[in-house]
Write a protein that binds this ligand. Structure first.
Ligand code: NAG
Ligand code: NAG
Length: 398
């Protein structure tokens, strides 16, 4: 009888999809408008406490707004979603000359030299398109879905600057998913189930989405794969030229394109922007406008707008990234429609960069894959609102 039971049990096990656990699936909350961020919940510390972190493929360092034991927090958001991370002093002991701090110093440009007075402090300063975070590196435990625990390094940001017009903050910090060794994916690679440094996100135009870190199965069909450019700060598929309704911009300017999930809108250099606003609807457009009746969603207006596309030139040819109106317009709460592509020259930091920065709005309803192992970037249109439930579309094998 016992033998029979064990046979039945082992047969039952055969029916279960037992495969090596190899990726982590984070369910994302948030939206492009009005929240302005897509964020994952991370449980940090012991006992673990939840924090909302903005999914940001444009930066290498993860940080939390932080109540520092010596410095408190200057400029921290007055009403964050959770109480500030409050580390004990020993969590902030990170050797400035050690490998962890060295990785951060390499990945985050412009960090001051180690101070001889403070060899156990790894200070960082990171500037963004808007705002900055300054603080000390901390190491603490993250718990991932009850599976595994790991010490990871992240910034305790105690000197924060946010733009004056920043909306009420819906996040406690940033999840830095950049290519650097200090990046979240590189650090998770130490977890026993994460063997590959691959990231995938699917951000829904209806809000919410998913983020995969590790060796997940990407959608099997229809993915446009391009080699990742290695020389750059950011994840870049190559040089891009913008087309409006299949017509190129005058003078055929090309710019490096980069994928940055941490920037809400898409930014283009002035040369492109000026022609875009005059051509996309056949007459010059203000940033926002009203209809006779308030618009309820982008579906009310999308048919009046032309499709955009980026022709991307890379080492193995050219590929297109289509940008239909729903990937460059937003309808605001008062029923106005606004362009979600912005002029980079209107932003002091962006102005210097001269990129086509593809922000979250333009990546909505795309499954975007950043494979730092095979050095490829991929994208495919997907129903990201279904991605939270559908395990079969992209099998995370957790
Ligand atoms: C991220 O780190 C990589 C590797 O050190 C570096 O090449 C890149 O410039 C960094 N990116 C940013 C946005 O700082
Ligand atoms: C990505 O690959 C580069 C080059 O192989 C490596 O230096 C870097 O650490 C990798 N990034 C991550 C996040 O693992």
């Amino acid at each position: 009888m016992a033998a029979m039971w064990s046979l039945i049990i082992s047969l039952l096990f055969l029916l279960l999809p037992i495969a090596p656990s190899s990726s982590i699936k984070f369910l994302l909350e948030g939206n492009v408008y009005p929240v302005g961020h897509f964020y994952a919940t991370l449980n940090i510390g012991e006992p673990a406490k939840p924090y909302f972190l903005d999914v940001d493929t444009g930066s290498n360092l993860t940080w939390l707004e932080c109540d520092h034991p010596v410095n408190g927090c200057k400029g921290c958001h007055p009403r964050p979603p959770h109480p500030y991370y409050k580390p004990a002093a020993d969590k902030l002991k990170v050797q400035c000359g050690g490998p962890l701090c060295a990785a951060v110093r390499r990945d985050v440009p412009g960090i001051p030299e180690c101070s001889r007075k403070d060899p156990h402090r790894c200070h960082y300063e990171i500037k963004y398109v808007t705002g900055k975070s300054e603080g000390d590196l901390a190491t603490d435990i993250i718990s991932v879905i009850g599976k595994d625990k790991k010490n990871i390094a992240f910034g305790c940001g105690y000197n924060q600057e946010e733009p004056a017009d920043a909306p009420p903050s819906s996040v406690d910090g940033i999840l830095g998913l950049g290519r650097g060794k200090a990046g979240f994916a590189a650090q998770l690679k130490g977890l026993k189930m994460i063997t590959e440094n691959v990231i995938g996100h699917c951000l829904s135009s209806k809000g919410k989405g998913v983020l995969y870190v590790g060796d997940f199965n990407p959608p099997s069909r229809g993915v446009t794969w391009v080699p990742m450019r290695e020389s750059l700060f950011y994840y870049s598929p190559g040089l891009a030229e913008l087309f409006i309704d299949k017509q190129p911009i005058r003078g055929n300017p090309t710019f490096e394109a980069v994928f940055d999930s941490g920037t809400t809108y898409t930014f283009v250099p002035a040369q492109i922007y000026n022609e875009l606003v005059s051509k996309v609807k056949g007459r010059a457009l203000p940033l926002c406008w009203k209809g006779k009746r308030p618009f309820r969603s982008v579906n009310d207006v999308k048919n009046q707008f032309k499709a955009l596309s980026l022709k991307i030139t890379h080492a193995s040819g050219t590929s297109n990234l289509d940008i239909p109106p729903q990937n460059y317009l937003v309808v605001e709460e008062d029923g106005k429609t606004c362009l979600a592509i912005r002029d980079a020259s209107s932003d002091p930091v962006m102005k210097e960069l001269n990129f086509i920065l593809i922000g979250a709005v333009t990546m909505q309803d795309l499954f975007v894959i950043y494979n730092n192992e095979s050095k490829q970037l991929g994208w495919v249109r997907a129903q990201c609102d279904k991605a939270q439930e559908l395990e079969s579309v992209i099998d995370s094998r957790l």
